[in-house]
Design a binder for this molecule. Sequence first.
Ligand SMILES: [Zn+2]
Length: 247
Amino acid sequence: MKRIHWHWTAGAVGMIGMEADSYHEIVQPNGTVQPGTWPIEANRAPITPGRYAAHTLNANSDAIGISCDAMAGAQERPFVWGSNPLTEVQIDAMLQRTAHWCRVYGIPVSRTTTLSHAEVQRNLGVRQRNKWDFTVLPGMTAVADPVAIGDQLRARLAAMLGGQGAPAGTCEIEPAVPASERVRITTFGSHLNLRRWPSFADNVIATIPGGAVVPVQRRGSFAGTAWTCVKHAGREGWVVSSFTTPA
Ligand SMILES: [Zn+2]
């Protein structure tokens, strides 16, 4: 298997037959993961007509389909979440399952190998019918560029993989750093944002005072920015590397 595609079902809570037939795994709002009708191997090329999970138009061969059971009644423009909005727990579980299958099949993290349905037309050049899963994430109030959303998801995925799975392209995690490594926070302001994952999306979980010395967990490069994963006050998160110096 060569790719993993992220979807949402556009359905209400609870798996129905059509959803089971379309995806290999379906993630409920509480993070529970249910298997679909077809095993992942049913999508291994060459696929047999009618006997595979048909999750992405003309791009199902060697592609694993993981879907969040969400977004019933949602509307793209003007944006409305509907009665079954995506949850943070659901996104996290979808990415955990993605990390699992990345390890199993040796799939690298990149825009052409781990991507949302909304990115397929642009990143793979395979025409789709106005798919917008995922152009929005929990906490957002309007849709955004699908590749920007995809990069956020890939950044979180690469962070989960922690350097395993040879992340490539826009997301690269460096090999593990020595346990003793520390950096000093050198922000121009009084505090530096600590972020849940390495992107500038709305994901600040704490701030670290300038001058503080914190232990380094790992480093990576995401969408052209170098990030350092650190621990502060019992929380693990990411800071922009240019605001740190060796300590
Ligand atoms: Zn889809």
